[in-house]
Design a protein around this ligand. Structure first.
Ligand SMILES: Cc1ncc(C[n+]2csc(CCOP(=O)(O)OP(=O)(O)O)c2C)c(N)n1
Ligand SMILES: [Mg+2]
Length: 517
């Protein structure tokens, strides 16, 4: 066995099943090992942002890491922006980066870069292997780190991958979480009982069904309201699931909503801050007078903490299925006529199949999607956690590879789509069940809105050059077809409903361009 085979063997034993890769010469021993030691299926991403975004989607979907295989510093640099989104989503990602042979590194070959510095900006854990024999321990430590909900980057020199080693026993994974502090949870419980108005801000794993169920039991007993931050990584919603409000994007609106609460309890979510520093408005969303409490640290298990808190406040073991704290199915009325962003959201809500996964990178167009679908069949929602565009198409690809049985719907803004559009090719190659809905407003609309907010109402030629996606407009049907994905354009709600139904009925990827004003 060589170091690369040891790496792959250890990853397989640690539960890794897929690898999203864009390799080069310094990763070829690992590429070979993926065939020699079967157990991990490899997927080619045509740029590193596709690989890292797909691993993020996979990690959000299954709450377990995919491996990413990237080429040296430049490959990692290309993939950083979606690793940044993964970090904000608390996604588990095992990121493996090849490095030059140790004896060659000091010659400063053309591709040499400071890989650890790049890794440090997005990873909760990172390390360069110190020897071939260390690789097994390194992989296990990395996978254990991902289980806390973070990106772990392992950098492996080329000569260590190639060197023979006779390790037969690979190290097995340890327990990632610190234990809970029962006294801290008791203190939170008594404060909740004594407070008049409490908001619980849920994040990370707390937004999956077990966490939500525990939160709803707490809600039933102490009468609090449940919130998510504006951009949750992965949340389950719809019929039978607790109703969680989303904090508005613009800071003034967010403050208006949250400032009514005497106490805000953070469970897996950090304190919210404004997305940008707008003149005249500070960073914080909560007021100085509001009391903040944190249920547990990032190294503790938030679901266990919520269940513990629910038991401590004396909550019932579960809510009745018809409890009014749980979402109820009410189908949306079907809109008619020429499409607008709102009608596009409502049409999707009206035809969305059971158990769908919605990947929302729709910027200004899909913002209305969250409000009406409270009465939808159960579904999962993933959003643009870190604000770094180019997440949607790759994330949908990874989600569909993780769960080929679930319909994945990617609500995707046209400008955002173009950063990593080649992920469509991976969808075509893998026959992924993804329906991409392009919100074709042919502009960077949000930037135009922000300019107006900032008082710039007459847009000059340079502003238009930098915010309009015209001259020429994208031909979405040809772009998608060029990557092997069937595509159509629609301009009415009726046609959208019809095309959605046929896309859901037929396996494999589809793209629908929605012409919006
Ligand atoms: C990686 C990255 N580059 C640039 C930006 C800045 N940015 C924010 S929104 C936006 C335009 C979004 O346009 P589109 O995706 O078409 O959505 P729309 O505003 O039209 O709804 C840009 C360029 C960003 N957030 N991330
Ligand atoms: Mg746009």
């Amino acid at each position: 066995m060589n170091g690369a085979e040891l790496l792959v063997k250890t990853a397989i034993e640690a539960g890794v099943e897929v690898c999203f890769a864009n390799p080069g010469t310094t990763e070829l021993p690992i590429v070979t090992a993926l065939d020699k030691t079967p157990g991990i299926k490899a997927f080619l991403g045509l740029s590193e942002g596709v690989c890292t975004g797909a691993a993020d989607g996979y990690g959000r979907m299954l709450d377990k890491p995919a491996m990413v295989l990237l080429h040296l510093g430049p490959g990692l640099a290309n993939g950083l922006s979606n690793l940044h989104n993964a970090r904000r989503a608390k996604s588990p990602v095992l990121n493996v980066v090849g490095e030059h042979a140790t004896w060659h590194r000091n010659a400063d070959p053309p591709l040499a870069m400071d890989i650890e510095s790049l890794a440090g900006t997005v990873s909760g854990w990172w390390r360069t292997s110190k020897s071939t024999l260390d690789i097994s321990v390194d992989v296990v430590d990395a996978v254990t780190a991902t289980r806390l909900g973070q990106v772990a980057t392992l950098i492996v020199p080329h000569d260590y991958q190639l060197a023979e080693c006779d390790v037969n026993r690979v190290k097995t994974s340890g327990e990632p979480f610190d234990s809970l502090d029962p006294d801290a949870i008791k203190a939170v419980a008594s404060r909740l009982r004594a407070s008049r108005k409490v908001a619980v801000m849920l994040g990370g794993r707390a937004l999956r069904k077990p966490g939500l169920d525990a939160a709803a039991r707490i809600q039933k007993t102490v009468g609090c309201d449940l919130f998510t931050q504006t951009f949750p990584g992965y949340m389950e919603r719809g019929t039978g699931l607790p109703i969680v409000e989303r904090l508005p994007y613009f800071p003034r609106q967010a403050t208006r909503v949250i400032s009514q609460y005497e106490v805000v309890l953070f469970a897996g979510a950090p304190e919210p801050v404004a997305f940008f520093g707008y003149p005249g408005f500070g960073s914080q969303i909560l007021t100085d007078e509001q009391e903040r409490m944190t249920l547990c640290t990032d190294r503790q298990n938030v679901v266990e903490a919520l269940e513990n808190l629910a038991n401590t406040v004396g909550a019932p073991s579960h809510l009745a299925i018809n409890d009014n704290l749980l979402g109820r199915q009410e189908r949306q009325a079907m809109p008619e006529g020429k499409l607008t962003a709102e009608k596009a959201c409502l049409t999707l809500a009206a035809v969305q199949p059971e158990n769908a996964v919605i990947i929302d990178e729709s910027a200004t167009s899909g913002y209305l999607y969250f409000a009406p679908p409270a009465g939808l069949p159960a579904y999962s929602l993933m959003t643009l956690t870190g604000g770094a565009l180019g997440q949607g198409i790759p994330c949908a690809t990874g989600a569909a590879i993780a769960r080929p049985d679930r319909p994945v719907i990617n609500l995707e803004a046209d400008g955002s789509a173009m950063y990593t559009v080649q992920a469509l090719w991976t969808q075509a190659r893998e026959g992924s069940n993804v329906t991409t809905l392009i919100c074709s407003n042919r502009s960077y609309r949000i930037l135009q809105v922000e300019l107006v907010h900032a008082g710039n109402t007459s847009h000059g030629p340079n502003v238009l050059a930098l915010t309009e996606l015209t001259r020429p407009p994208f031909n979405w049907v040809k772009i998608a077809q060029g990557f092997g994905v069937p595509a159509v354009t629609v301009s009415t709600a009726e046609d959208l409903a019809k095309e959605l139904s046929s896309a859901f009925a037929e396996p494999g990827p589809h793209l629908i361009e929605m012409l919006l004003p």
